[in-house]
Design a protein around this ligand. Structure first.
Ligand code: BTN
Length: 329
């Protein structure tokens, strides 16, 4: 059952809505106009502003700049319109919270968002810097009931899907560094961390964690992160509308997940990987355990393994590892 505030915001955000009359809102909600007005007061207190014009109704003139759960839900459309969105002010890790909620039996899919993480995690046990500075920390929880072998390209497919959304929303083209980095001009703008619980040879719980630097200023990065990290807003003229962007992202991830489960993503995946792959044709070095393999990156194979051709050698494939671009091999 959508909340009153959600119904009001959906009406005001509907394409071509312009002014929405108090009567229309009251009818939709089965409330009196006074009661509608009281709910709009509540929204005002949360950072919204409305222009009210006699005989025309209301129009939205300001939205909160920070994440707002009802506003994100109001922006969600089509198949994602009913996706449960849980927004927390602070959490240890959204991936951990999603795992706890799945373990407690919460129905999937759902998404956990946080304004700040106290123990944000990256791949290989790394820390994900997670201050409340306008960036996005999100974990999507699913119960796919697929064999683990089907998951090999999951994070890569999600990566190209997120890149498509960023490119469409910002007109800036990101790049992907196998297997889970989203880059802008060589700096890290985002990272993905997929975690799964496997039972009786099927994926029972699947968590897709995404950290995306959206609106943080260049001054937000501590220490050596300043030279390695970048936010989308550092490359766009103005900060992004965080709630609209988040809803678009949620919709895209939800859509991409459905395509992946149905298996109808394969052709698009090959094309999109080529479009965003920053390593292809470049000198790279891959660290795997204590081994270092250097060579020219040659894309990925069907199961998402990275292909590297060492100098004078045969093409080799790698399921895991940490890759760096070699400027002067
Ligand atoms: C990486 O680049 O190594 C992956 C980083 C993933 C960070 C995100 S932020 C939301 C979710 N919660 C976490 O603790 N990690 C992921």
């Amino acid at each position: 059952m959508p909340s009153t505030e959600l119904v009001i915001l959906r009406e005001l955000l509907a394409p071509g809505a312009g002014f929405v009359s108090g009567e229309t809102l009251a009818e939709k909600l089965g409330f009196s106009r006074v009661s509608v007005w009281q709910h709009m007061e509540k929204l005002r207190a949360e950072g919204f502003a409305f222009e009210a014009v006699r005989a025309h109704g209301y129009r939205l003139t300001r939205r909160p700049a920070t994440l707002h759960q009802t506003l994100i839900s109001a922006y969600l459309r089509d198949a994602a319109a009913d996706l449960p969105v849980i927004l927390l002010d602070e959490v240890d890790s959204t991936n951990d919270e999603a795992a706890r909620q799945l373990a407690a039996g919460r129905a999937a899919p759902f998404v956990i968002l946080a304004r700040r993480q106290t123990r944000g995690r990256g791949r290989l046990g790394r820390v994900w810097h997670s201050e409340a500075n306008g960036n996005l920390y999100a974990s999507f929880a699913f119960r796919p009931h697929l064999p683990p072998s089907r998951m090999q390209t999951f994070t890569l497919w999600m990566g190209v899907s997120v890149c498509e959304l960023i490119a469409n929303f910002t007109q800036i083209t990101p790049a992907l560094k196998w297997p889970n980095d989203i880059l802008f001009e060589g700096r890290k703008a985002g990272g993905m961390l997929t975690e799964a619980r496997i039972d009786a040879d099927e994926i029972r719980d699947l968590i897709f964690g995404l950290g995306l630097n959206v609106n943080s200023p260049a001054t937000a990065w501590p220490g050596d992160l300043a030279s390695r990290a970048v936010s989308l807003a550092e490359r766009t003229a103005a900060p992004l509308n965080l709630n609209h962007f988040t809803a678009a992202l949620l919709g895209r991830v939800f859509l991409a997940y459905g395509q992946f489960v149905r298996g109808d993503h394969a052709d698009a995946f090959a094309d999109l990987w080529q479009r965003y792959d920053v390593l292809r044709g470049q000198h790279v070095a891959l660290l795997q355990g204590g081994r270092r393999i250097a060579g020219i990156a040659a894309g990925i194979d069907d199961d998402g393994s990275l292909l590297i051709r060492p100098p004078g050698g045969r093409l080799q494939r790698f399921h895991a590892g940490d890759v760096t671009l070699e400027k002067n091999p």
